[in-house]
Design a protein around this ligand. Sequence first.
Ligand SMILES: Nc1ncnc2c1ncn2[C@@H]1O[C@H](COP(=O)(O)OP(=O)(O)OP(=O)(O)O)[C@@H](O)[C@H]1O
Ligand code: SF4
Ligand SMILES: [Mg+2]
Length: 337
Amino acid sequence: MLEVLSIKNLTKLFPLPGRFFRTSRSTLRNVHAVDDVTFEISDNDSLALVGESGCGKTTTGRLIVGLEKPSGGRIFFEGKEVTDRLTDGKHANNVDRSDIGEIRRKIQMIFQDPYDSLNPRMTIDEIVSEPLVVNQLGTAKDRTVKVKETLEAVGLSPASAYTQRYPHELSGGQRQRIAIARAVILNPAFIVADEPTSMLDVSVRAGIMELFRNLTERIGATYLYITHDLAVARYMVQRIAVMYLGKIVEIGPTEKILANPLHPYTKALLQAVPVPDPEVQKGEPDILGQISKPIDPPDYCRFYDRCPLRIDSCAREKHPPLRDYDNGHCAACYVID
Ligand SMILES: Nc1ncnc2c1ncn2[C@@H]1O[C@H](COP(=O)(O)OP(=O)(O)OP(=O)(O)O)[C@@H](O)[C@H]1O
Ligand code: SF4
Ligand SMILES: [Mg+2]
């Protein structure tokens, strides 16, 4: 397998605004949205990033596509370092200028909210063809053909029934199909899909997931699929990374994580997954309290405050490192036997 994407010790701190949040010593406080995250994704080995709201999933995705600048760590794509791409109009110092356009073309993102992510003043034709125009690919005639092909590939057929319409004239599911069309029209090698079905009606979710899986297989794209739902991850990917307050706490092959979760947080998430058998009583997840905001968190285990298995020594050690327990099935906890 060929490594497509690799992130090493990736970190993103968001400073809390202004005087209200300064401590008495007037040091700025930070949200540790993504904290020392390392993983690799190879071709045909897509990864789901799973965790509760606020754990840092979207920020990780935005760092990968270059919409946020990392506070630390490095990003590699197809073997080349791409950490400092253009994010604010300044030129990056560790990326070859000639590579930047190609990287932009090859890494795409689909956003969570299909109502927000499409420009309401543009027609569907303008939205879907925009990446071709921006990258100066093909003649106007070539673009028309490519837009038609792509709209039909995402199930919007005949394309002519959609091209002159505006996003507000379409349903949520149709809009997300447009967002997918826009992301795949450049044949990217890697896609970050940020909860692409979570805002949609339950009845159309499965269709969009299947479309996304089939299309990415057809164009040979690998993806990072962001979701808070382990049942969705099971359907979509070969590997799962579980994130908690900015840290990866467990990562490994989908079957191993679902059959034998190691970290107490993953166990709790699995307990919350509904099962179709009415005889099976799942009960409440064995987890204390609510997820908090990672504002200058203590050095010890991020999950300590909510962990049903914690022991005193967990609070005396640093946050546990990820350890490999079974051929790439890794977890970060001191109390795994
Ligand atoms: N631009 C920003 N400025 C300040 N804080 C931010 C910013 N973006 C995200 N955060 C904070 O970083 C943390 C991680 O946010 P992020 O959106 O990555 O989480 P998430 O896992 O995608 O959550 P959700 O499931 O709700 O989408 C949160 O505490 C959030 O409030
Ligand atoms: S290290 Fe301790 S507090 Fe952290 S998850 Fe493991 S048992 Fe819980
Ligand atoms: Mg998010």
